[in-house]
Ligand binder design. Structure first.
Ligand code: NCD
Length: 352
């Protein structure tokens, strides 16, 4: 069975074809309005969400299907101490496809190992967010006409920003992509993301300053400082206003710049920028519905296809020490490694 856990579960060709289907849906919505009649999407949101959950719900409804699930763990048996695996076993008996969001990294992998229906990762902790990346890619394609030969500025919380990690993984596969990674030292891109996706060191630079790098950017992807993932409230207070995009700061930007943001925004883009024709973040959110429709269709159609994901192996001499990894909380979980890497959170494990 195919799942979408990590954006690299899909080839570039598969992403192209999802964008083509979503584009056809935008032009001919009536053609798709009953294709999922009788199908049920389960939405298991163990962490807050507005756009992702609503766009999944809207996507399934626009395909003629139904939706069940929860958006708050306090209204589910998770509040009674149920494991992720047990919750997903049940939900997969009641639905045909599941979209889930969880605060722990790797939780969707736990789900995919017990589910009888396809699992879509709608965000796992500060790790990955592949469906946001699909939304980002269709937006770039529609606004700029291409996914290659672009200078992509990514600004803000590159450490905890899961949308950033998945976007880099996806875009690093295209020709002529240069990343300008703009963050304070404390919020730099994690090493595991660099090692996995940015092996070509000439394809990126890490800088602190947004203004002096503005003029070379084709895309400026702003991100929220992820308050909920900080260990210390003081550190968040110190870093929260690191970058604030204003009209004034855009004076040196290209006329064709695409300003993007996965949303929700806090202070990092001043509302005065919303009127700028280069502000694409609301269109980006709107595209989320159509690309998720295409995704649901693809995964339902490929239920019989074999998974392409490596399964990992047990290794009693290794331990994952990432406190945000699902292995730190889930009872009865098999600790699996690929080489010395934890397969759930992708961080390097250590010898016991
Ligand atoms: C993002 C997320 O949840 O990671 N939001 C979204 O899904 N559009 C970004 C964020 O919360 O900052």
């Amino acid at each position: 069975m195919r799942n979408l856990i990590d954006i690299l579960d899909f080839s570039k060709e598969e992403i192209d074809s999802l964008i083509d289907v979503a584009t056809d849906i935008i032009s001919n919505p009536e053609k798709y309005s009953e294709v999922c009649h009788g199908k049920i999407l389960g939405t298991l949101f163990f962490e807050p969400s507005t756009r992702t959950r609503l766009s999944f719900t809207s996507a399934m409804m626009s395909l003629g299907g139904n939706v069940l699930g929860f958006s708050n763990v306090s209204s589910s048996s998770v509040a009674k101490g149920e494991t992720v695996a047990d919750t997903v076993r049940m939900a997969s008996a009641y639905s045909d496809i599941i979209a889930m969001r969880h605060p722990k990294e790797g939780a969707p992998i736990v789900a995919s190992r017990v589910s009888s229906v396809p699992i879509i990762n709608a965000g796992d902790g500060g790790h990955f967010h592949p469906t946001q990346t699909l939304t980002d890619l269709i937006t770039i394609k529609r606004k700029l006409g291409r996914l290659d030969n672009l200078t992509v500025g990514i600004c803000g919380d590159l450490k905890y920003g899961r949308t950033v990690h998945s976007l880099i993984a996806a875009m690093a596969r295209y020709e002529g992509i240069k990343f300008v990674l703009i963050s304070p030292d404390e919020l730099k891109l994690p090493d595991y993301v660099k090692e996995e996706f940015l092996s070509d060191k000439s394809s990126y630079k890490e800088v602190h300053d947004l203004d002096s790098n503005m003029s070379e950017l084709d895309i400026l992807y702003m991100t929220r400082i992820q308050a909920e993932r900080f260990g210390s409230a003081d550190e968040y207070e110190r870093l929260k206003d690191s970058y604030i995009l204003t009209k004034e700061k855009l004076k040196d930007a290209k006329p064709t710049l695409s300003i993007m943001h996965p949303l929700p925004r806090v202070t990092e883009i001043d509302v005065e920028v919303d009127d700028d024709p280069r502000a694409h973040y609301f269109d980006q959110a709107a595209n989320g519905r159509y690309i998720r429709m295409a995704l649901i269709l693809k995964l339902l159609a490929e239920r019989q296809a074999p998974s392409k994901r490596a399964r990992g192996e047990e290794n009693p001499s290794l331990v994952c020490r990432n406190p945000h990894c699902i292995t730190s909380t889930e009872r009865g979980i098999k600790k699996l490694f690929s080489g010395n890497c934890c397969i759930y959170c992708d961080q390097t494990a250590v010898e016991k």
